[in-house]
Design a protein around this ligand. Structure first.
Ligand SMILES: Nc1ncnc2c1ncn2[C@@H]1O[C@H](COP(=O)(O)OP(=O)(O)OP(=O)(O)O)[C@@H](O)[C@H]1O
Ligand SMILES: [Mg+2]
Length: 294
């Protein structure tokens, strides 16, 4: 007897997709069966202006769920209270991310990706629901505790780099180590090591304004990983970069993943999502599919 399976429980591989994924494929399918499903793809601005349908052959691959999740959310909700208007940015978010996974978060503009990333990165708190990092309930924490967890466990990379303009490259990278209580000598040693890894040791005395976009983002990655967090979150890290700089930045994320880190990356670009092991697809503040892959 054929076991009927939900596609969302499985990874699928598809070919022939070279634009932004706007909606997930249809659910359904049977174990061991290769079949066709329609994917809806369109332009990078989240509209469906150039919508077209491609046909993709799907093959199933189970995800290892025997490990304990490093990130887990239960019915997470975020409402922005704007006085008369309440914006429901996230609702019923139940996700689990496993140690060492490389996950891409995709979805149309305004669907709640950044809101979710800010909560996962302990930069913001949910209105309702629970959030656990390594079995510790983060959603119950006060600001100071949250800052500590963020410093120890999470590295965050922003689309707009968010470097401090008055500090040079070395000092920018040293900053999280200062919050962690490292002494000056140790800070400098660690920051230099990381800057070597991202190929920017020769720019360490430069200010961010003296660097290219790609170089700034590599500094921002160095800053995010200098405390050796195991979770690295990046919200459209290549969004402001040309394709060569984008590839350099992605190579660093791949390397960080190979070293065993958990990577969660928001992107509109299917080429970038292809390097992820799975895609969580968000639509209208909800997870439309938590297990896609390209
Ligand atoms: N600080 C805020 N105050 C009020 N509403 C907000 C705030 N931040 C986000 N929103 C709203 O929450 C919803 C989700 O926004 P969010 O920035 O998470 O989307 P996104 O998926 O990251 O979009 P994009 O792909 O354009 O970056 C949107 O409707 C947005 O207008
Ligand atoms: Mg966003």
């Amino acid at each position: 007897m054929k076991e009927k399976l939900l596609l969302s429980n499985y990874k699928f591989k598809s070919s022939n997709v070279n634009s932004t994924l706007l909606s997930p494929p249809l659910q359904g399918g049977s174990m061991g069966e290769s079949f066709h499903s329609d994917l809806s793809i369109g332009t990078n601005d989240g509209t469906e202006a150039e919508r077209k349908i491609v046909s993709s052959t799907l093959s199933f691959e189970t995800i290892d769920r025997t490990k304990h999740p490093i990130i887990k959310t239960n019915s997470l909700e975020k409402v922005y209270d704007m006085g008369k208007v309440k914006v429901i940015a996230l609702k019923n978010i139940d996700i689990e991310i496993y140690p060492g996974e490389f996950v891409a978060i995709m979805g149309p503009s305004g669907s709640g990706k950044s809101t979710l990333m800010h909560i996962l990165g302990c930069l913001d708190t949910p209105t309702k629901g629970k959030y656990f990092i390594d079995d510790t309930e983060v959603s119950l924490m006060h600001k100071n505790q949250l800052a500590k967890i963020r410093n120890q466990k999470v590295g965050f990379v922003f689309q707009t780099f968010n470097l401090l303009p008055h500090l040079n490259v070395l000092k920018n990278v040293e900053l999280p180590l200062m919050y962690s209580g490292f002494k000056s000598k140790e800070r400098t040693k660690k920051a230099k090591e990381i800057l070597k890894n991202v190929g920017l040791i020769d720019r360490m005395t430069h200010k961010p304004s003296e660097l290219s976009g790609g170089q700034r983002q590599r500094v921002a990655i160095a800053r995010a990983v200098v405390t050796k967090p195991t979770i690295i979150l990046a919200d459209e890290p290549t969004g402001n970069l040309d394709s060569q700089s984008g590839n350099d930045v992605l190579a660093i994320f791949k390397e960080l993943h190979n070293e065993g880190n958990t990577i969660i990356l928001v992107t509109h670009d299917t080429q970038i999502a292809k390097i992820a092991q799975r895609i969580i697809y968000i639509k209208d503040g909800e997870v439309a599919d938590g297990n896609l892959s390209l």
